[in-house]
Design a protein around this ligand. Structure first.
Ligand SMILES: CNCC(=O)c1nnc(C(C)(C)C)o1
Length: 312
């Protein structure tokens, strides 16, 4: 990955009566723009995300989606849907006077990147996607109800702990009740347990720093509340919508590289493969020694190779 760089511009863009988005620009202000679409939803951006791009070849745009990171109000679920976020990307693009941009996203970021490209294909120069996630019911069931639980039984025990036995048949719904409880302690206990489940399963070798992040109240609250809100609403999409042929046909002309961890238990390779079958032109790399995280060495190397390839 490229050495760290600092933003040459930051800003806050009011996108609705409720929401204001934090954004930042770094790298070369005269170069072609790339927008980084963060995961979660609700994960927010991290300065290290700039390092996927050559700062001499790209104007690097990071933004925190509604309720995430430095965007305000934090963890707000009002007016917060996939389609609001797509509209926000267009508002940000216009605000920055960008005609077309490269789009880079992993996990939920791949979801939102696909949704954005399918609605605005003429604004997308290229797509670099990691850990493909399309919010199908089968994908959500695998990670939050019955699947990854068989690979991480000890972490699963911590994840189910806040939920009464009689509610564990529908974990997402049960967590929705606790994440929206009027009791502060109930909310934060649930938020930390939800967030920790994802952090401890994201890498082949657990990253204690990332797990510690999941224990921070504000970050966990936003990440868990927003993720759960989207998931109990099936991403505000038809099941499998992003993989439908009429949707894929809108973007098949766009150069696309997909990097997928073989041992990604958060967003298993089955969805990346379904995308490849629907979109044969895309370039798919399955990393043999990687889990979900973009920071797995093999994954990060291929992501940088892809952004170098698309730099224009
Ligand atoms: C089910 N959520 C997957 C996702 O988008 C995601 N996984 N990790 C992240 C962060 C890196 C933002 C923590 O996001």
């Amino acid at each position: 990955m490229y050495p760290p760089v600092e933003p040459f511009e930051t800003g806050n863009l009011k996108v609705s009566d409720v929401h204001t988005l934090y954004y930042e620009l770094s790298g070369n202000k005269d170069a072609s723009a790339v927008v980084f679409v963060h995961g979660g939803p609700g994960g927010g951006t991290d300065g290290k995300d700039r390092s996927f791009f050559n700062p001499t070849k790209y104007k690097i745009i990071l933004f925190d989606q509604r309720g995430a990171g430095k965007s305000t109000p934090s963890a707000c679920l009002e007016e917060n849907t996939t389609w609001d976020l797509v509209k926000d990307m267009e508002k940000l693009r216009e605000h920055l006077n960008i005609d077309k941009w490269h789009v880079f996203g992993g996990s939920w970021g791949s979801t939102l990147s696909l949704a954005y490209a399918q609605l605005h294909p003429n604004r997308v120069k290229s797509l670099v996607l990691r850990g493909i996630f399309t919010l199908r019911k089968s994908e959500l069931k695998f990670f939050y109800q019955d699947g990854a639980s068989h690979l991480f039984p000890e972490a699963w025990e911590e994840y189910v702990a806040p939920i009464p036995e009689q509610e564990r048949h529908d974990m997402m719904l049960a967590y929705h009740a606790q994440l929206n409880s009027i009791d502060d302690q109930t909310r934060i206990t649930a938020a930390k347990a939800w967030s920790k489940w994802e952090m401890v399963t994201s890498k082949l070798y657990v990253d204690p720093k990332q797990v510690a992040e999941a224990e921070k109240d504000d970050w966990a609250n936003a990440f868990a509340r927003i993720e759960n809100h989207y998931f109990v609403n099936d991403g505000f999409m038809r099941d499998g919508q992003l993989l439908e042929s009429q949707e894929i046909d809108k973007i098949r002309h766009i150069p696309c590289v997909v990097v997928q961890g073989r041992y990604d238990v958060v967003c298993p390779a089955t969805t990346a493969w379904a995308l490849k079958k629907a979109w044969p032109e895309l370039e798919l790399h399955i990393v043999p020694d990687a889990g979900h995280s973009s920071r797995e060495p093999g994954t990060a190397a291929l992501l940088v190779k892809a952004t170098d390839k698309f730099a224009d």
